[in-house]
Design a protein around this ligand. Structure first.
Ligand code: GTP
Ligand code: MG
Length: 420
């Protein structure tokens, strides 16, 4: 799928790395699945035919049967695999707005009266309509528009530890089409139960985005959360968005403030969390306005110009920064997801392949030995027959001589008797 950059050039998105790898690994596993199935049938047949029972042990036959189930399991997991990004930050920093800007649509309710109370996951669906799925029921609720979604969300008062899934039509959004799942969270300052958040929602995350407030420096709650994350996950990928930069950029001494934020954030990522070196940490911090990004995108997708009053001076640089963030983010998430999601499966597939090969080779070698033994037996039998043949030969020639002598003897005796 091509991405329109808005400047007339189309460029393949970095997310395609994951999308293509997923297609490829799914094909490979389908092939392995067919091969394992064929091998299993073959091995089971061997087990039931009397002549060949000894070629395969029951243990090996069960191993092959086990592979069949294993491959089916992995194929199911692979088909569901996606890239997952979670957004954290203090309440009202603009988490839901950032997600909407990335989706180029006002999907998540945001702003006053629309505080996010629980985890909300936006994922792509092949259906033409949008649906809502909650923890308490398997029944999807249909979403007709954003107002209805907002009221549906505020009517289902779930605990902050529960999850609402929004299944949004893939054809309405490129990110969802390209297998990205976005998870919004309640304000990090509102709930104390950060450990269960991490266990329930973050262990399979490929990227974390901290939505920070440009008006204040990182707070202890934000830092504490990411310390916990990096103690549970080895080297998590973290981006920091200094949001609401449209408001801050109006202030005096803004360059100095920006430098302070940059210094504080890169220190946090490199020296405190040690998830990246200081130089690359700079590529993980962006000064953006999600509000402006969302407004311009929603308007431009409708072919409309964004009214001047919506945009503050210097907005272009902030829009550019937001697009830069997305570019880095897409590269990071697709590379990381290919590695974390597919590496294990690839290893497992190789193990299964080589074990299967061993079982087959064992049966083959055994069948060769059996064949050799049979040839040997046949050879022994035939050499014994030859010997018998020879014996018979000598026997008959002996007999001939004996009979001849006997006849001669009798003749002699008869002629002697006659003469007498
Ligand atoms: P909770 O769900 O309550 O934790 O908040 P949130 O982090 O999801 O924030 P949300 O997206 O709801 O934004 C809060 C308010 O800030 C909304 O009124 C947004 O329009 C506004 N807002 C978000 N991003 C920006 C921004 O970059 N600049 C400005 N000026 N306002 C923003
Ligand atoms: Mg929110």
């Amino acid at each position: 799928s091509q991405r329109n950059l808005g400047n007339g050039h189309n460029q393949e998105s970095a997310l395609q790395l994951f999308v293509n790898a997923k297609k490829k690994i799914n094909d490979i596993f389908r092939n392995i699945g067919d091969y394992v199935k064929e091998s299993d049938n073959f091995v089971q047949d061997l087990g039931t035919s009397v002549d060949c029972t000894s070629l395969i042990t029951e243990e090996s036959a069960n191993v092959v049967k086990g592979f069949r189930e294993k491959i089916t399991g992995i194929t199911e997991v692979l088909a569901r695999d996606h890239m997952k990004v979670v957004f954290f930050g203090r309440t009202s920093n603009g988490k839901s707005t950032v997600i909407n800007a990335m989706l180029r649509d006002k999907i998540l309710p945001s702003g006053i009266g629309h505080t996010t109370h629980c985890f909300i996951q936006v994922e792509g669906s092949d259906s033409k309509e949008a649906f809502l799925l909650t923890d308490d029921t398997d029944k999807p609720k249909s979403i007709t528009d954003i107002k209805q979604l907002a009221s549906a969300l505020s009517s289902v008062r779930l605990s902050e530890n529960s999850l609402i899934r929004i299944l949004w039509p893939k054809d309405r959004c490129r990110l969802l089409r390209e297998d990205v799942v976005l998870l919004d969270s309640p304000g990090i300052d509102v709930t104390p139960d950060l450990d269960s958040w991490i266990d329930n929602f973050c262990l399979d995350a490929d990227v974390f985005v901290l939505v920070a407030n440009a008006e204040s420096t990182l707070m202890q709650t934000e830092k504490k959360f990411f310390h916990k994350v990096s103690s549970r996950l080895s080297c998590p990928n973290i981006f920091i968005l200094q949001n609401r930069w449209d408001v801050s950029e109006m202030e005096e001494d803004i360059d100095q403030v920006k430098q302070q934020h940059l210094e504080g954030n890169t220190n946090f990522l490199s020296n405190e969390l040690k998830v990246t070196d200081k130089k690359s940490a700079k590529d993980r911090v962006f000064f953006v306005s999600a509000r402006e990004a969302l407004a311009t995108r929603v308007n431009s997708d409708k072919g409309l110009a964004t009214p001047d009053r919506v945009l503050l001076p210097g907005f272009q640089a902030r829009l550019f920064e937001f697009a830069n963030f997305e570019k880095e983010f897409e590269q990071c998430i697709s590379h990381s997801a290919v590695q974390t999601k597919f590496e294990q499966h690839t290893k497992r597939a190789k193990e299964i392949n080589s074990s299967l090969r061993k079982v087959m080779e064992e049966a083959y070698t055994k069948s060769l030995t059996q064949q050799d033994e049979q040839i040997q037996v046949r050879r022994e039998k035939s050499s014994r027959l030859q010997q018998l043949d020879r014996q018979l030969d000598t026997l008959t020639s002996d007999m001939k001589v004996k009979i001849k002598t006997m006849v001669e003897d009798v003749e002699r005796k008869v002629s002697v008797a006659l003469n007498d």
